[in-house]
Design a protein around this ligand. Structure first.
Ligand code: ADP
Length: 609
């Protein structure tokens, strides 16, 4: 039984402790503090386990008294509709009658437990974040040792264990360049933090790794910096992607730039943002002149740009947002109009809003020109076939005429011998005879010009060929008010050549000279011997060749003549022939003064005695 002394003690406890009760032997509650009664209801006289959890069985701590053994026991119980946690402490209470009661203190630690739990949870959260954040997190000393690092940082830098990592010397083993560490320290000491510092670290195996480092200084209680903490982001992947992106961009750029068709893109205001090489060639403006400086409307005739935009938005020209192969004209930089086909499209952003336009322009000029050149070449071929047929006919006629002409000549010679020299008739006869001689001469040249088997090379006297040709063209040149002046080296060595081809070369040179002198002039033809070669100069006083054309005149299809007049094959064929003969053609020209072509051919070295 609780005695008076104990009662005094209990009332003292009551004033300082919140809840407690006293049980006697057989677990019967002898006393309950007020707050205990308030929480569990009146219980004096009841068994304590009945009071606490309405059970016949005694509580675990009473069943195993060593549980208390001088320490508190944590007890969780649903009390008055709320989960509560108590800290139970038990002491023996000796009564004066010799019996021993037990006093058990119930300290309600529900709030404390909750706070502890919150703390643990938030600590766990931070730890989880630290470990799983996906980038390397570290805490280091100012002197250059890691105090902690997460797994991601170890993985990033190739270390197997944290223990090993915490031993490394940051300045020496981590930084690829020592001065980077110094710079990082200077910045962090000055501002207390460093944001997005790009640096290269070393992995454990020594290979470099690009890192984006963001860190803060750590301070002691006196505000002195003691270390740093922060995150490291591995930039290798980003660098790799940047490189890939750059390469893809570069490739696309090259694709656009090297397209044989003009590719032009504009923003929605019509400002030009892409202008490739073919656009420059077709329209004459360089990229520097147009990008960010010109509007697409400036390369269309007035009003056409708007019309093109309208057609692109309409459904009937290839679907909305597209324009398929539509005939269009542009205005070149020099004001000339060029024709072609335009295929264009509107480019939409991710939300489906219009953001730019792109157009591919196929310049038809070259195709049209090529078609006309082909037509001309065909016509020329036809012409040359006709000429060949005529040549054959001429040769037949010449043959047919030859015999009767010789007959006439002989007859005239016979007659001449019968007419005395003083006679008037004799003069007439001689005139007739000299005309027949001229006629046979002409026939001879006609025959040699059109002989069919001339392709075979043979020793050829260039002077004779030039004579024959001049005989044929002199009249025509005269009609064009062109004077002919020749200076042929009489002792000129022969060349080993195809007569037909050489004729063609000289004829082409002469007809080019004629074309270059539409208002007349002088054609000078010289032959001379220089060392092992002979040089044939064909010079005119014509319009001359522009400097920028001089390297192109031997190209096939290069011509400055319009319409059907020239196809640009003449000089290229001549060049081929002369090269095939082991020779060369040179040209010198001055605009407005004239042109001189020099044909060089090796001398024929006759080894025969
Ligand atoms: P085509 O006569 O059909 O134009 P060519 O190959 O013979 O072809 O000549 C090519 C170009 O070279 C001519 O269109 C012309 O511009 C230039 N050319 C050739 N000869 C002369 C010349 N004597 N004077 C000026 N230009 C010439």
């Amino acid at each position: 039984m609780i005695d008076e002394k104990s009662k005094n003690l209990l009332s003292f406890f009551e004033s300082i402790m919140d809840s407690f009760y006293v049980i006697g032997e057989n677990y019967v509650v002898e006393y309950m503090s007020d707050s205990m009664t308030a929480q569990f209801g009146p219980g004096v006289g009841k068994k304590c386990h009945e009071l606490l959890h309405h059970s016949e069985e005694i509580c675990s701590w009473c069943r195993a008294p060593e549980v208390f053994a001088g320490k508190g026991v944590r007890w969780e119980q649903h009390v008055a509709g709320v989960d509560r946690t108590f800290d139970l402490v038990e002491f023996p209470l000796k009564n004066s009658d010799g019996s021993v009661s037990k006093i058990t203190f119930f300290r309600d630690i529900t709030e404390q437990v909750k706070a502890e739990e919150r703390m643990r949870a938030s600590e766990e959260d931070y730890r989880r974040l630290f470990e799983h954040v996906g980038c390397g997190v570290f805490i280091s000393t100012k002197e250059g040792k890691f105090l902690d690092a997460n797994q991601a940082l170890l993985d990033m830098l190739g270390y197997e264990s944290k223990e090993e990592f915490l031993k490394i010397n940051i300045a020496k083993d981590l930084y690829l360049r020592f001065e980077d560490r110094r710079r990082f320290q200077q910045m962090i000491e000055k501002d207390g933090r460093v944001i997005d510092f790009e640096v290269e670290f070393k992995r454990k195996d020594g290979t470099p790794i690009p890192i984006l480092l963001t860190g803060h200084a750590r301070y002691d209680q006196h505000g002195e910096i003691v270390g740093y903490e922060g995150i490291n982001v591995d930039l290798s992947q980003r660098r790799h992607m940047e490189r890939e992106l750059e390469e893809a961009h570069d490739f696309l750029n090259k694709l656009v730039m090297s397209s044989p068709n003009a590719i032009i893109a504009t923003d929605l205001k019509g400002e030009i943002i892409i202008w490739n090489r073919a656009a420059r060639e077709a329209l004459g403006y360089s990229a520097e002149e147009v990008l960010g400086k010109m509007n697409i409307s400036q390369i269309y005739p007035e009003g056409v740009a708007k019309q093109v935009m309208k057609m692109m938005r309409a459904p009937e020209y290839g679907g909305p947002g597209r324009l398929l192969s539509y005939p269009i004209v542009y205005v070149r930089r020099d004001g000339k109009i060029i024709e072609g086909n335009l295929s264009a499209a509107i480019i939409y952003d991710a939300r489906g809003e219009e953001m730019a336009t792109v157009g591919i322009f196929v310049d038809l000029k070259e195709r049209l020109e090529m078609e006309s050149k082909l037509r001309n070449t065909q016509e020329q071929l036809l012409q040359s076939e006709k000429l060949a047929a005529m040549g054959r006919l001429t040769s037949q006629i010449a043959h047919e005429l030859n015999n009767p002409l010789y007959g006439i000549m002989n007859t005239l010679e016979l007659l001449k011998s019968e007419v005395p020299p003083q006679s008037k008739r004799r003069k007439i006869l001689e005139m007739a005879l000299s005309e027949t001689v001229r006629l046979t001469d002409l026939l001879k040249k006609m025959l040699s010009f059109s002989k069919p088997d001339e392709e075979e090379k043979q020793p050829v006297d260039i002077n004779i060929i030039l004579d024959e040709i001049l005989l044929l063209v002199r009249k025509q040149l005269h009609e064009n008010s062109i004077k002919v002046s020749t200076s042929l080296d009489e002792g000129l060595a022969k060349v080993y050549a195809s007569k037909n081809q050489l004729r063609q070369v000289f004829l082409n040179m002469i007809s080019n000279a004629r074309d270059a002198m539409p208002d007349g002039g002088t054609l000078t033809i010289n032959t001379k011997s220089i060392r092992d070669n002979i040089h044939i100069e064909v010079a005119d006083t014509g319009v001359g060749i522009r400097e920028e054309h001089i390297n192109k005149i031997f190209d096939a299809f290069f011509t400055t003549k319009d319409g059907t007049k020239g196809v640009g094959l003449g000089l290229s064929v001549c060049y081929g022939f002369i090269k095939e003969h082991g020779g060369d053609i040179r040209v010198s020209s001055k605009k407005g003064e004239g042109t001189t072509f020099t044909i060089i051919l090796p001398k024929y070295q006759d080894k025969a005695p």
